[in-house]
Design a protein around this ligand. Structure first.
Ligand code: ATP
Length: 321
């Protein structure tokens, strides 16, 4: 039985490594792609997960498949395609650990997943179906995404959505906003960065963004705000947490760790996913906020996912104060 299925991009993040030699810039090869990062968190915390996507039939695709398999993520619907290259992203870091991206994605395999390649059986098995917008930038992966999410919705699955906006991958801002709005129309639970929330709602303040986002009939929505923590809301409750203080090295995947930890909390709560008490909800969001902060203490998205016991210990310490 698979608990969470995610569909989307799977790529290599070449993350800049710090070096004393100014004449040579070095990059480390890390697995990347937001939906896979979310599954990596869930799988590390013991949840059964499966990934749907496409890589090239090349050394990078093989590396990515092996990374997911090492994390015990089911890869039966990870397609390898000899006609396309695995997508690459180069992530450079400034002094504060903040990132800028260069993508090598022309004809990238992740955009080539077709609707016919989706294993609907896998989606029928799961509790939560997760997706973002990067599989919606090009055809045929746009149609594949819509088919999968519509099927998941028709089976009554919980639909989880994190747009993960990357300006460089869209023709223009309007097409990105349209994809975010489409995703929100399907979603039951969603996480947006403040920038994404402002783009979609046209509001500035996080609380105003939350109110607008709830109009999409979301059961739960969170807005992550980097070093300013997060805000969240359901139709009954609203809450916020400031950042958990850490020594930041690299923020890659912080949002994915936040969201993976949050889905983990929902799955473990035993309560009806969308009818959770205010106290339990606040516990789940605080835990996600701590895990996300801890993930910035190391480089890369997947290697930096903290141990759940360490996250829980920090949670207990805050509650004990
Ligand atoms: P990504 O694209 O990497 O998934 P995101 O933009 O979705 O990131 P952010 O808002 O940058 O996500 O960060 C997610 C969460 O990580 C924040 O809500 C916060 O809990 C934590 N976080 C990020 N940066 C910091 C920081 N500098 N200090 C403490 N916590 C942080």
């Amino acid at each position: 039985m698979i608990d969470v299925v995610a569909l989307g991009e799977l790529l290599i993040d070449f993350t800049q490594s710090r070096s004393n030699d100014d004449s040579v810039r070095r990059f480390e090869q890390n697995p990347g792609g937001a939906p896979a990062n979310v599954l990596a968190v869930l799988s590390k915390f013991g949840v059964k997960c499966a990934f749907i996507g496409k890589v090239g039939n090349d050394v990078f695709g093989e590396f990515l498949r092996n990374q997911l398999l090492d994390l015990s993520i089911d890869c039966r619907n990870l397609v390898s395609d000899s006609d396309y290259n695995t997508t690459l992203a180069f992530v450079t870091l400034d002094d504060k650990g903040d990132r800028s991206f260069s993508f090598y994605r022309n004809h990238g395999a992740d955009t080539r997943l077709s609707a016919e390649e989706i294993d609907l059986e896998l989606i029928r098995e799961c509790k939560v179906f997760h997706f973002g917008t990067l599989s919606m930038t090009h055809e045929p992966s746009l149609s594949a995404t819509i088919k999968a999410v519509e099927y998941a919705k028709s089976c009554g699955k919980i639909i989880s959505f994190d747009p993960n906006y990357r300006a460089l991958l869209w023709e223009n801002e309007d097409s990105a906003i349209s994809a975010m709005k489409l995703g929100l129309m399907y979603a039951d639970i969603a996480k947006l960065s403040l920038e994404e929330a402002q783009m979609v709602t046209g509001k500035t303040l996080p609380e105003d963004c939350l109110k607008e986002l709830l109009k999409y009939k979301l059961g739960f929505v969170a807005i992550t705000m980097g070093p300013r923590g997060c805000v969240y809301a359901t139709d009954k409750y609203i809450g916020a947490f400031p950042e958990y203080p850490v020594n930041v090295v690299d923020t890659t995947g912080a949002g994915d760790t936040f969201w993976g930890t949050l889905i983990f909390g929902f799955i473990n709560s035993n309560a009806n996913f969308l009818e959770i008490s205010e106290e339990k909800l606040s516990e789940i969001v605080l835990t996600a906020n701590i895990a996300a902060a801890m993930s910035t203490e190391k480089k890369g998205a997947i290697p930096s996912i903290p141990e759940f016991a360490k996250v829980r210990a920090a949670f207990e310490e805050i509650k004990g104060k």
